[in-house]
Design a binder for this molecule. Structure first.
Ligand SMILES: C[S@@+](CC[C@H](N)C(=O)[O-])C[C@H]1O[C@@H](n2cnc3c(N)ncnc32)[C@H](O)[C@@H]1O
Length: 755
């Protein structure tokens, strides 16, 4: 990983990386020309450690070198079948199939994206080792302290960005950390004097000490050691299993926790702690029926157990959410607000509405409705398989760049890959749902387990992540577009916009069922986020059996640009109505439109400056918007005028600020028509007769109509639009409860009641 402060460092970095990777390709299979001495390697490791820490602390943005430039699959061969090699046998840019090296760390490690250390082999040769994708919650020194012996299976030896060499361990299943007692540790590295023999009880006490200090990995490791020595079916075995189950729960290893608790229940079916811990494991995995059964059993034995009663109550609520899709959104939203910059997950269930996965022809699988669905209906409320919010403390915000495809992804993606790998490694049953997601043309290795442990292919995880992840914010509805319009992009924003297909800096996550939705530029559903929930609602009436689509990009740019991104990022060509009609338009029309839109967007600066003066620049802006409209020859209900969204938004915001409500009223209604909406007054209510193009910024068009009607003395019109807007808001924000939170101030100022 490389951190940078200046924008131009970005291209310098990429050019340099490209040169180095090309040079490395040319040296494939060769021995390194130069090997630094042990002393100089250790010296530069130690000085880099302090530099890296300083740099990481001061950096605004990081480029992750988790670059898929050389994908080598993980080792699937059992350890017994591998042949021992030494450092001098390694050749550049190769994964040494059928071999392993055994090494000992000679320094304490440091960490940027990977954990980096210097290790020696039995001949005293030394090499840098970069260990990727270990759990971020652990201190590197607790994973590979000086003196730690470890095996790297099928080591991948490579040139580094700095021009040196290193063994790069991408796959967690390729590294085995050995303790001193392991018979694979060479005799000369065995601890002397030998440690005193220990009893299971000693390990239990050590484990409890670690647990008390919240060092759950270390605690679980101690309990495991104790269990290796404990008599089967003994009391100490039971205690160690129960303690380890609790440590696993803290770590999120729910499957392992359940296995330990169930083992105790196998010997002692009414063990209270085992029943409770197994129920919590089931609850955390969303298996609320099993959680309920276990808690009911527990409460029969122990009716006054408060924890069990509370948990059972929560379980009933989850079961209701799961069945009905009824959530306490206002409460949940407040909870998310209170997270501040802490990590968090909402305590709620997943709702799967009237949807199913089915075949979508050449698009692969897709999501379909199982019955007729009305505008605004909740289709899905999906819990994240894993999400990394950029708002959370410790978020690693990077640009992930693939030098082969020249694709960039800005956000928390590299952190997401690393955290996914840990989940997959420790929860193999849960992992199955993730592995069912598409990975494009990536060739998967055969085999799920080796030496009793799951095989996790980091490159596969990266590919699945890139194809299926959603960019997200914790509370989209807080980003009031009216408020944010005149904020200048920061330097970071500009770099991100240049490097990333969406042009946005975002958190990212994986949601399993929503991943089956295919793209349409004019989608029939809208997705939104609340904490770790992804909410999908119908953006129009959808008949039974129709495919549910989502807009991957929500881009206002022209068809050729969108298609380029679809090809490079997701390997498809979009054939939606919008793309078809726009492709058929002449280049001349599209060039003209693009030019006018660019002009209008630049006008923002001028308008902003003239805000303090008497509303000058406004007439030319109105003319520009009209000129963009005039480039269309197809009716708006066939072809919504998406490139008009931002210019219109700017114009309206300006008009609102200039107190020209009548203009806004007429223009905003016209803009909604331009996006394909047909809104009619029927029996004293406004109804949407035709659904147009819908996503979050469009809400401000509706809000402009409300405020403009109120300011120009039409309170009943304002109220009608207010009620309609709340319904539309629910679709784009996922819930209606926050509407007044976001727009209340603007409405009150215009004199619109907000209850
Ligand atoms: C997130 S997945 C969607 C589910 C996927 N169809 C599957 O079978 O698992 C994204 C992939 O779906 C396909 N896809 C999505 N939208 C498409 C579209 N409009 N046309 C063709 N293929 C599409 C592309 O292969 C893309 O890489």
């Amino acid at each position: 990983m490389f951190a940078f402060e200046q924008e131009d460092e970005w291209s310098v970095y990429l050019n340099r990386a490209e040169i180095i990777f090309k040079a490395a390709e040319g040296r494939k299979g060769q021995k390194p020309l130069f090997k630094p001495s042990r002393a100089s390697l250790i010296y530069s490791h130690n000085s880099f450690s302090s530099q890296a820490q300083a740099q990481a602390a001061g950096a605004t943005l990081n480029i992750s070198s988790n670059i898929a430039y050389n994908e080598h699959p993980p080792c699937i061969a059992p350890f017994d079948t591998l042949e021992k090699k030494y450092l001098e046998d390694l050749r550049l840019e190769l994964a040494h199939r059928g071999s392993y090296v055994i090494l000992r760390a000679v320094v304490n490690p440091d960490r940027l994206v990977s954990i980096s250390t210097i290790a020696e082999d039995e001949n005293g040769e030394v090499e840098t080792v970069q260990i990727y994708n270990q759990d971020d919650r652990r201190l590197p020194v607790s994973i590979v302290p000086e003196g730690q012996v470890f095996i790297v299976k099928e080591p991948f030896f490579k040139m580094t960005f700095g021009g040196g060499t290193s063994i790069r361990v991408d796959h967690v299943s390729d590294i085995i950390f050995l303790d001193g007692e392991d018979e694979r540790v060479p005799e000369k590295w065995r601890p002397r004097p030998r440690p005193l023999a220990r009893r299971p009880l000693d390990w239990k006490e050590d484990g409890n000490r670690f647990y008390g200090r919240k060092q759950y990995f270390e605690a679980a490791q101690c309990y495991t050691k104790g269990l290796e020595l404990a008599e089967p079916y003994s009391e100490i075995e039971r205690i160690l299993l129960l303690n380890r189950a609790q440590a696993y729960l803290e770590l999120g290893y729910t499957e392992k926790a359940l296995a330990d608790a169930d083992k105790v229940l196998g010997q002692d079916p009414l063990n209270i702690k085992a029943l409770y811990r197994s129920a919590v494991s089931c609850y955390e995995d969303g298996d609320y029926e099993s959680a309920k059964a276990r808690l009911v059993k527990l409460l029969k034995e122990c009716p006054e157990n408060k924890d069990a009663k509370d948990r059972l109550l929560r379980t009933f609520r989850r079961l209701r959410e799961q069945r009905s899709g009824e959530y306490e959104f206002a409460k949940m939203r407040n909870e998310v607000k209170e997270w501040g910059n802490k990590k968090g997950n909402l305590d709620c269930a997943e709702y799967v509405g009237p949807v199913r996965v089915g075949h979508a022809g050449s698009k692969g699988r897709g999501l379909f409705t199982t019955r007729d669905v009305k505008f605004g209906e909740l289709l899905l409320c999906s819990k994240a398989f894993k999400v990394c919010h950029k708002e959370a403390e410790g978020a690693r915000f990077t640009i992930l760049f693939n030098l082969k495809t020249k694709n960039g992804q800005s956000g928390t993606h590299s952190q997401l890959v690393q955290e996914l790998i840990q989940i997959l490694y420790h929860n193999p049953k849960k992992a199955k749902r993730f592995y069912e997601l598409t990975s494009g043309d990536y060739e998967r290795v055969k085999g799920e387990m080796v030496d009793g442990l799951p095989i996790v292919d980091s490159h596969l995880v990266m590919r699945i992540m890139l194809k299926n992840c959603f960019g997200c914010a914790r509370l989209r509805a807080l980003d009031d577009p009216l408020e944010n319009l005149f904020k200048d992009p920061t330097k970071e924003d500009k770099i991100i916009a240049e490097a990333s297909p969406t042009g946005r800096a975002e958190g990212s996550g994986i949601w399993i069922l929503p991943s089956y939705m295919n793209h349409s530029c004019w989608a029939n559903s809208v997705r939104s986020f609340l904490g770790d929930l992804l909410i999908v609602r119908a953006a129009r009436d959808i008949p039974e059996g129709e495919e549910i689509t989502t807009n991957y990009l929500q881009s206002e740019s022209r068809v050729e640009k969108r298609q380029k991104l679809f090809r490079s990022q997701w390997a498809f060509e979009c054939q939606c109505t919008l793309c078809e009609i726009e492709t058929a338009e002449s280049d001349e029309v599209k060039d003209k439109r693009e030019e006018l839109v660019e002009k209008a967007l630049k006008f923002k600066v001028y308008l902003e400056q003239s805000l303090t003066k008497v509303g000058k620049g406004i007439e030319p802006m109105i003319k520009l918007v009209k000129a963009i409209e005039a480039t269309y020859s197809t009716p708006e209900f066939l072809y919504p005028r998406v490139p008009l969204i931002s210019p219109t938004h700017i114009l309206h915001t300006f008009l609102v600020r200039k107190q020209r409500p009548r203009d806004v009223l007429a223009l905003a209604k016209g803009a909604l028509n331009g996006l394909g909406f047909k809104i009619q007054l029927k029996a004293g209510k406004l109804v949407i007769e035709r659904y147009g193009y819908l996503h979050f910024p469009i809400i401000s068009f509706f809000v402009h109509v409300i405020t403009a009607a109120a300011i120009s003395g039409q309170p009943s019109t304002a109220m009608l639009w207010r009620d309609l807007t709340i319904n539309v808001y629910e679709v784009v924000a996922g819930e209606r409860e926050s509407f007044f939170d976001v727009y209340g101030r603007a409405l009150l100022e215009a004199g619109v009641p907000v209850n």
